[in-house]
Design a binder for this molecule. Structure first.
Ligand code: SF4
Length: 435
């Protein structure tokens, strides 16, 4: 992992819902140093904003799933008006998503929204964009609210001038699509940002989205070198969860591992709760956020399996997600080949065999139960372990007992023996245990 690239920090929220910081590492406008905030996860409601009750319910659901920020669409006046009733009832910062009608942005600011998302390319004229900038500047008692300036692959091709449009589309469908789109995205973003700079407005996050993961990587790499605004990462129109997940993780994972990105939105044609869950899991996996709840390890199974592990893993995942909040490591393994190794590294573990499950807590064998009782006993051990962690009786990640596999490791020896004998350092040239 490369260090996070420093950006100017923006802050969204208020004293009631709390403040979420995005980016950081560069001094703020007053010259005060900032430290990079944890990468935040955002999502967007799928229902109608003007249905106040349903919208509030959905925002609560997304916040409970772990969303740091929630965006809502305000296509009509009734949607921006609804914000007045929604905002006092929710506990996360809310962003108003504005397209085409600059008035919706003004109304949302007036209602007290915490941030505006604007694509200046689909606002009719420059004067209207300036009106929104001035409104955001004056909002929040003069402290201002931030704006995300976004370009999307789908909305940067010329639409008004037919001849120009045909020419641009010709380029897009040429062999140079990638390079052409990349260049036009950056040029458009520069053009839009100039409007904000001319108004001395710098409280900005930026995004440059495409459904093409490799274009997303190149676009964000390029803009992170040109601008120091925090970056909102996303693959747009990524598709259903099943494929959108891969598309999003390919792009966002590569960028985040390279230190690029300050807030993320994974977008699926599905319940946005999945966007939040998968966004968080991506950040946990890269060590960019402190895990909330269980880190579940499970084997893929193979011809050695003797229990219904797939069902067991899904049951474990569901039950533990609801009941466990401490970030304990839980391993569900199919047999003794890799079971003991994973069980040793986990806080609570089960490895199965011959229609039974052997359960370990921090390396200590606590039960050997028939398959039908594995779930119940594993859950009980996890809850008991959680209680002990919360009472300060045990620490996460501690291991008390070495699990000796029933099968000897064999004459090739374990990795540990090789490290101890200095063979690994000699062979791969990496010095173990020294920085
Ligand atoms: S732990 Fe056992 S059952 Fe699971 S994949 Fe490995 S060898 Fe197969």
């Amino acid at each position: 992992m490369r260090p996070r690239r420093p950006t100017r920090q923006i802050v969204i929220g208020d004293s009631r819902v709390g403040f979420v910081r995005i980016g950081g590492g560069k001094p703020d406008r007053a010259g005060n140093p900032t430290t990079p905030a944890p990468v935040s996860v955002q999502t967007m409601t799928a229902g109608y904003t003007h249905d106040v009750e349903a919208c509030v319910r959905e925002i609560h659901k997304l916040a409970a799933a772990g969303a740091d920020i929630v965006r809502v669409a305000v296509p009509e006046r009734k949607d921006s008006e609804a914000l007045r009733h929604i905002l006092p009832q929710v506990q996360v910062p809310i962003v108003a998503d504005v397209h085409f009608h600059f008035q919706r942005a003004l109304e949302a600011v007036d209602a007290g929204v915490h941030k505006i998302r604007l694509n200046p390319g689909n606002i009719q004229d420059r004067k209207q964009v300036i009106d929104v900038i001035q409104a955001c500047k004056a909002a929040n008692g003069g402290r201002g609210i931030p704006i995300r300036v976004g370009v999307n692959e789908g909305s940067i091709i010329e639409r008004k001038d037919k001849q120009k449009r045909m020419k641009e589309l010709g380029q897009v469908f040429s062999d140079h699509k990638h390079g052409y789109m990349l260049a036009i995205m950056i040029a458009k973003l520069e053009e839009y940002l100039d409007i904000f700079y001319e108004q001395d407005f710098h409280d900005i996050a930026i995004s440059a989205k495409s459904m093409d993961a490799s274009l997303v990587i190149d676009a964000y790499e390029a803009i992170s070198e040109r601008f120091d605004h925090p970056l909102h990462l996303g693959v747009t129109h990524a598709g259903p969860k099943e494929t959108g997940c891969i598309r999003s993780v390919a792009a966002l994972g590569a960028l985040l591992a390279n230190g690029v990105g300050d807030t993320i939105r994974i977008s699926y044609a599905s319940d946005p709760v999945y966007e939040v869950e998968d966004g968080l899991e991506l950040l946990y996996s890269l060590g960019l956020r402190e895990r909330r709840g269980v880190d579940l390890i499970a084997c893929p199974t193979c011809g050695r399996i003797q229990v219904d592990l797939f069902t067991l893993v899904q049951d474990v995942r569901k039950q533990l997600a609801e009941k466990v909040t401490v970030p304990m490591k839980v391993a569900v393994m199919g047999c003794i080949v890799n079971g003991p190794g994973e069980a040793e590294g986990a806080d609570v573990a089960v490895f199965a065999g011959d229609r039974r499950g052997i359960i370990y807590v921090q390396g200590e064998k606590v039960a050997n139960v028939p398959e039908a009782e594995i779930m119940e006993r594993l859950l009980a051990e996890c809850l008991a372990f959680q209680g002990r962690v919360q009472r300060g009786e045990v620490k996460l990640g501690e291991k008390k007992v070495e699990i000796i596999p029933p099968d000897p490791i064999g004459e090739l020896g374990s990795g540990y023996e090789k490290i101890a004998a200095g063979q690994v350092e000699k062979r791969v040239g990496i010095t173990i245990g020294k920085s």
